[in-house]
Write a protein that binds this ligand. Structure first.
Ligand SMILES: C[S@@+](CC[C@H](N)C(=O)[O-])C[C@H]1O[C@@H](n2cnc3c(N)ncnc32)[C@H](O)[C@@H]1O
Length: 365
């Protein structure tokens, strides 16, 4: 049983429904130091030492089957290619919501924590925000961590899938809701932080999303923060040229996402969209996240090992979701390209990285 509210707000603690489509769910964080734009976009030095046993042993147990407590059967899920998909607003989001996908999302959360040195957000808020909205909350792991760390704050998480756990902190609520529907939060319930992470490939109209965030933020003190990994691999030593299947795959995924009407590579445009919508103090930070333990730097080596496993887990769902469903490849064709791409993701001779975008801005008075 999920804590997500379906068909009406929670009986015990009835907050008003957040949008028209609503189907219904302090360790003080120090203000983040104001980093310069792109300050992490530095060259990653390659570790030329022979891979050690610890490198051979993945930092992540790829056989883990944890997070079974998150499953829910409240809604009519859909099944294809052996994966489970959301039923509410069927087809709006092409990736699965099953246990395997939830494990991937929770691993991605861990990578974000490592990148932000344990912080949950990058925006320079002077105090923990009192009301927070986490759009497309997934397993709710970010919202739950935030609620645990900030018992004086209220946090609302929304998603198309009711995959949030039953046991949540009392200051966290989850709702089944479409972020692209009209929001109807009352004016007295404006947010001090809207957190949007990993929604590339999920949103058709980003300008409208940014405008809705702006409208529902507290003037003067409300911040919007995007945290977006970009679905594109790079290398600084040219080794990406050897990842032929991966390069073909990412081009296919991106063209499928364009055809589907929900672009994947949105990070670079978010800052400009926010400025156009009226946000001030907008800052954009790009972090190169290695795929594998190839960097010399110990912290980036650890992050790279997690990212390699995270990416290996993500190839199949993106293949079925975009190349299969949108471009019409057969299950067999999807399996073949998935296997080739996963091999390249695990190829230790490649020094690949992807870019993670951290973009935030404040609503003026
Ligand atoms: C890649 S996951 C990211 C989850 C979470 N933000 C995180 O970082 O762990 C994207 C999530 O967005 C949800 N989603 C996609 N489109 C949505 C929409 N239109 N409204 C609400 N949620 C949506 C999906 O169901 C999925 O849980």
């Amino acid at each position: 049983m999920s804590s997500a509210n379906v068909g009406g707000p929670s009986q015990s603690t009835p907050p008003p429904p957040p949008t028209q489509s609503h189907q219904s769910a302090e360790p003080q964080q120090p203000p983040a130091p104001p980093p310069d734009a792109n300050d992490d976009d530095a060259h990653l030095e390659i570790d030329t030492a022979t891979p050690t046993d610890s490198d051979a042993d993945s930092a992540f147990d790829a056989n883990s089957t944890s997070s079974t407590s998150l499953a829910s059967s409240i809604l009519n899920y859909e099944y294809s290619n052996g994966r489970r998909y959301h039923g509410y607003r069927s087809g709006a989001y092409p990736l699965p919501n099953d246990d395997e996908e939830q494990d991937r999302l929770d691993l991605l959360h861990h990578i974000f924590l490592l990148l932000l040195n344990g912080k949950l957000y990058d925006a320079p808020l002077p105090n923990p925000p009192s009301r927070v909205l986490d759009l497309g909350t997934g397993t709710g792991i970010w919202a739950i961590d935030f609620a645990d760390e900030n018992p004086g704050s209220t946090i609302v998480g929304t998603d198309l899938s009711p995959i949030q756990p039953s046991w949540v902190p009392p200051n966290a609520r989850f709702y089944i809701d479409d972020a692209e529907a009209e929001w109807v939060y009352p004016a007295e319930e404006r947010f001090e932080l809207v957190h949007v992470r990993g929604l590339s490939g999920s949103i058709g109209d980003w300008d409208r999303l940014v405008a809705q965030c702006f409208a529902h933020l507290e003037p003067g003190s409300g911040w919007l923060e995007f945290q977006e990994p970009e679905a594109w691999v790079w290398s600084d030593d040219g080794s990406v040229a050897k990842a032929e299947s991966l390069v073909q795959w990412q081009e296919l995924c991106n063209s499928a996402a364009g055809k589907f009407g929900k672009e994947l590579r949105v990070g670079a445009g978010l800052g400009e969209r926010m400025r156009r919508a009226g946000f001030v103090d907008v800052r954009e930070r790009v972090v190169k996240v290695p795929v594998g333990g190839w960097p010399k730097d110990a912290r980036m080596k650890e992050i790279g090992r997690y990212q390699r496993e995270h990416m290996a887990m993500g190839i199949e769902p993106y293949t079925y979701g975009f190349i299969g469903k949108v471009l019409g490849w057969t299950e067999e064709e999807c399996k073949v390209i998935t296997a080739k791409v996963v091999n390249e993701v695990r190829d230790r001779s490649l020094h690949l990285y992807i870019k993670f975008w951290f973009v935030c801005g404040r609503k003026p008075e």
